[in-house]
Design a protein around this ligand. Structure first.
Ligand SMILES: Cc1cc2nc3c(=O)[nH]c(=O)nc-3n(C[C@H](O)[C@H](O)[C@H](O)COP(=O)(O)OP(=O)(O)OC[C@H]3O[C@@H](n4cnc5c(N)ncnc54)[C@H](O)[C@@H]3O)c2cc1C
Length: 489
């Protein structure tokens, strides 16, 4: 099979009913349910770009072994030019949703590529494990399946390891000749309800004693014994007007808690089994962070450009950009865009070889961006809020513009600096959706946490630091100091 169209994506979801709950209700069809239909439509648009003549070359590549097209994120890169091509593909998809859909299919497609590149590591568990990873990569690539994942144990008691709250956390509970059985919870699967498969692995940090939790495997989302309970939706299709909620009406990605209850996983879908060291090591040693950070920083670049654009337009719409401190805040925001562009280019130009002779983008600049965005993006949101100030609360709803009795007032009192009332209200509604609504707050929380706790990631940067040049410079300066001796006159 070749790269899928949107309709093929939707048809597969319809053919695989899953156990999904939202607002106390079991969902019959995720493609038509008002909590999910908008995100399904947005994902379908991305898939359609893979089969449209104008965009197929930017979003797919031809797999040499099959002669068929596959999503570009699956493509192993051989040089900087390939990495640049991949970034341009990520960029094109992210632009369709203003960078607001963090878990578009390219995110986990490139994760699976990283696992494939590092598959020999899994040989520590047995000679059959690397081959299983290779087969699964080919299966997902050739069927163009949409993966979701949930890397963390549920937030129950973070002071204890999983082994001390085992009944709550995802673990293996039984092993047979055919496979293993999984029970327990995992958080959080963004777009999990509308995914085709769950790829389950862990962030590093498992400890000796956590063997039952140290697993990597994949299961179809409609597996028996896999339930998803979703957070409350921020909007339901048709409930709120597009004028008032242009972003949340389209780009909300629901998140779910996964609950496994004796869910069967055949051996050919088990990739790491009861190995704490390997589970921790795979995350660090494979190119997982390189590839995903390349994709996510590209997406974040679009989101940053969009947010900064909103901040500038809000300021201009009320003449606030005439003030020095507002100009300074906008200038500060524009810097973030340049840092993102520079780090992405640096990671491609200074790419390095992987275990199998392909290349991966350099991790250093990408990790720096990943740990910088959790403060940079919230800062830009704060700047939007600071500039718009009470203007957000002054805005009526779109319906007020339709009321005949209010026409004169709505046309007069909401106007701004060289902008009509209607255009100014439209802009402020957009800005509030991005920076004030539950949707916007989640979009902020996403940048803060989607790649793990930034505090611990920064600490990891330090622990694995390349400190050769900083040390050399300090030693050179210390050599100038030499040993104590009387002052020279
Ligand atoms: C919008 C959104 C979407 C997401 N989507 C996904 C997804 O699709 N798939 C996925 O796998 N994950 C997803 N994540 C989850 C994300 O990986 C986690 O939120 C992140 O790793 C932080 O973990 P936590 O939320 O459990 O916080 P915790 O680890 O519980 O941390 C809570 C607080 O306690 C502190 N803390 C806790 N434990 C320690 C410790 N051991 N040492 C020091 N400090 C500690 C933290 O610093 C933090 O302040 C998403 C997160 C968000 C916000």
């Amino acid at each position: 099979m070749s790269a899928r169209s949107g309709q093929q994506f939707i048809d597969h979801l319809k053919a695989t009913p899953r156990d999904v709950w939202i607002n106390g209700e079991q969902v019959q069809d995720v493609t038509t349910h008002p909590a999910f239909s908008a995100s399904v439509e947005q994902l379908a648009k991305l898939y359609d770009m893979q089969v449209a003549k104008e965009t197929e070359d930017q979003t797919t590549y031809i797999v040499p072994e099959t002669g068929e097209r596959a999503g570009l994120a699956f493509m192993p890169a051989m040089n900087t030019a390939d990495l640049t091509k991949k970034r341009e593909g990520y960029l094109l998809w992210a632009q369709q949703n203003f960078g607001l859909m963090g878990r578009s299919p390219d995110f986990l497609n490139c994760s699976l590529l990283a696992f494939w590149e590092a598959r020999e590591l899994a040989g520590k568990n047995g000679p059959e494990f690397p081959e299983r990873i290779a087969k699964y990569y080919e299966y997902v690539r050739d069927n163009d399946l949409f993966l979701s994942h949930a890397l963390l144990s549920p937030q129950n008691d973070r002071s204890k390891p999983s082994s001390e709250q085992a009944e709550l956390h995802m673990r293996v509970v039984k092993e047979t000749d055919e496979g293993i059985y999984i029970s327990g919870g995992r958080m959080i699967a963004t777009l999990g309800p509308v995914s085709d498969e769950m790829l389950m692995y862990s962030l590093p940090g498992l400890r000796p004693g956590d063997e039952d939790h140290a697993l990597m495997f994949a299961v179809p989302t409609n597996s028996n014994g896999l339930r998803q309970i979703c957070r409350e939706p921020y909007t339901l299709a048709g409930q709120k007007s597009d004028f008032d909620h242009p972003l949340s009406n389209r780009f909300e990605e629901n998140d779910s808690l996964l609950i496994f209850d004796n869910c069967f996983v055949p051996w050919d879908r088990v990739f790491i089994y009861r190995d704490v060291q390997l589970s921790n090591e795979y995350y660090i040693t494979s190119s997982l962070r390189n590839h995903t950070a390349h994709q996510t920083n590209t997406r974040a670049l679009v989101k940053m450009q969009f947010a900064v654009g909103v901040a500038m337009e809000v300021a201009r719409s009320m003449g606030a950009d005439a003030f020095l401190h507002v100009q300074s805040m906008l200038g500060e925001s524009l810097n973030h865009i340049e840092f993102l562009k520079s780090g992405l280019l640096h990671s491609e130009v200074a790419c390095e070889a992987t275990q199998v002779g392909t290349v991966r983008p350099l991790l250093g600049p990408l990790q720096a961006l990943r740990t910088y965005l959790p403060t940079a993006y919230p800062r830009v949101v704060e700047i939007i809020q600071t500039i718009a100030a009470g203007g957000f609360m002054m805005m009526p709803s779109g319906a007020d513009f339709l009321a005949d009795e209010l026409k004169e007032d709505t046309q007069r009192f909401y106007s701004g600096a060289n902008i009509s009332s209607l255009d100014r209200a439209r802009l402020f509604k957009l800005a509030w959706d991005l920076s004030g609504e539950a949707f916007g707050t989640r979009a902020l929380q996403y940048e803060r946490y989607y790649a793990g706790d930034p505090m611990r990631t920064r600490a990891m940067n330090y622990m694995g630091a390349d400190d050769v040049e900083p040390k050399r410079l300090v030693n050179a300066a210390l050599a100038l100091a030499g040993d104590p001796e009387p002052a020279k006159r």
